[in-house]
Design a protein around this ligand. Structure first.
Ligand SMILES: [Zn+2]
Length: 334
């Protein structure tokens, strides 16, 4: 894969013992150093105008002033330092690079993966939250729509948390689809099954809040039976994968049980959907807080695009997953 990476993303300093820290990127790079076919690309940071296309100008000004003042705790979870403004613009810029280069034809071994931080999917139009300042995936989606490089963009979010920010940005939009599989009841406790979009966006939001303990078989089933058919029906030009790795069974902040191989299987599954519908694909890093499991997860996505065949999973999904998926299919008439 081609990995978007910027040293500026290390300058967002959340202090000691914060789970979202620069060691995450260092661990990913250490993991990738052992793999074949890894290329790094540095991209331009996003501009203020591009960020304001999805965030309120007032919030963006407030954040810039907060950071210029040295930063501190924006809220109990979300900490800024004097490097946060540049890191956040760099992180959004890497996502834009990923989306643009995918639409320019980068695929297969050249598939782009933006390794930015701070992450983005909790950032709502008028606020930072949940370690996120600018909604990187949303900025990228809006940028390629504004560029005219795409007419329809889908974002599939497999981070263990619901991407409330991404959902909020596009909830009433018919040109951007958002699907999330997340752990029910976890932060920020949004993403109920019946949140399916509004007005022009009716039916373009898909939420699968799986019960704690769900593993590979549940995720694969949910993608196969719900996310894939919804994506096929939406027929996007680009699929952005909001790729967090905190549903891993050894991640410290969730109770999900996805294995490292599970990330390879999900990657393979999404690739077969995008191949079928002829959509470009870009990956954007979200969460993932176990350093080894985060590095393994990213490496698994990379290796899957480097022609490693994932080891299949024959387990059955939990009955709770089956009934949730059946309810969603009925709701969305899939
Ligand atoms: Zn997360």
């Amino acid at each position: 894969m081609h990995f978007g990476y910027s040293e500026r993303c290390l300058e967002h300093d959340t202090g000691e013992r914060h789970p979202e820290n620069p060691d995450r990127l260092r661990a990913i790079r250490r993991g990738l150093a052992k793999r074949h076919g890894v290329e790094y690309v540095e991209a331009d940071p996003a501009t203020r105008e591009e960020v304001v296309a999805v965030h309120d100008a007032e919030y963006v000004d407030e954040l810039e002033a907060f950071v210029a003042d040295g930063g501190g705790s924006w809220d109990p979870d979300t900490v800024a330092s004097d490097g946060t403004w540049d890191a956040a613009l760099a992180s959004a810029g890497l996502s834009q690079w990923a989306a643009r280069s995918a639409l320019d034809g980068a695929d297969g071994r050249d598939t782009p993966f933006a390794l930015g931080r701070p992450p983005g999917h909790h950032a709502v139009p008028d606020d930072a939250m949940g370690f996120c300042f600018f909604n990187n995936a949303a900025v990228a989606a809006q940028t390629v729509l504004d560029d005219g490089a795409a007419d329809r963009v889908a974002i599939f979010d497999w981070d263990v948390h619901h991407g409330n920010g991404t959902q909020d940005v596009f909830y009433e939009r018919g040109d951007v689809f958002y699907a999330s599989i997340h752990e029910e009841g976890l932060y920020p406790d949004t993403g109920a099954l019946d949140e399916t979009g509004r007005d022009e966006g009716e039916g373009t939001t898909v939420n699968l809040p799986l019960s704690a303990g769900a593993g590979d078989a549940d995720y694969l089933y949910a993608i196969d039976e719900a996310v894939a058919p919804a994506l096929e029906r939406f027929d996007p030009d680009l699929v952005i994968v909001s790729a967090g790795f905190d549903a891993h069974r050894h991640d410290p902040i969730s109770r999900m049980r996805v294995s490292s191989e599970g990330y390879a299987l999900m990657t393979d599954q999404i690739r077969s959907v995008t191949d079928d519908i002829g959509a470009a694909t870009a990956y954007v890093l979200e969460g993932g807080y176990g350093l080894d499991t985060l590095a393994d997860g990213v490496s698994m996505v990379h290796e899957t695009f480097d022609e490693r065949t994932p080891v299949g999973n024959d387990d059955d999904p939990d009955e709770k997953t089956e009934s949730l998926v059946a309810e969603l299919r009925e709701l969305l008439e899939l």
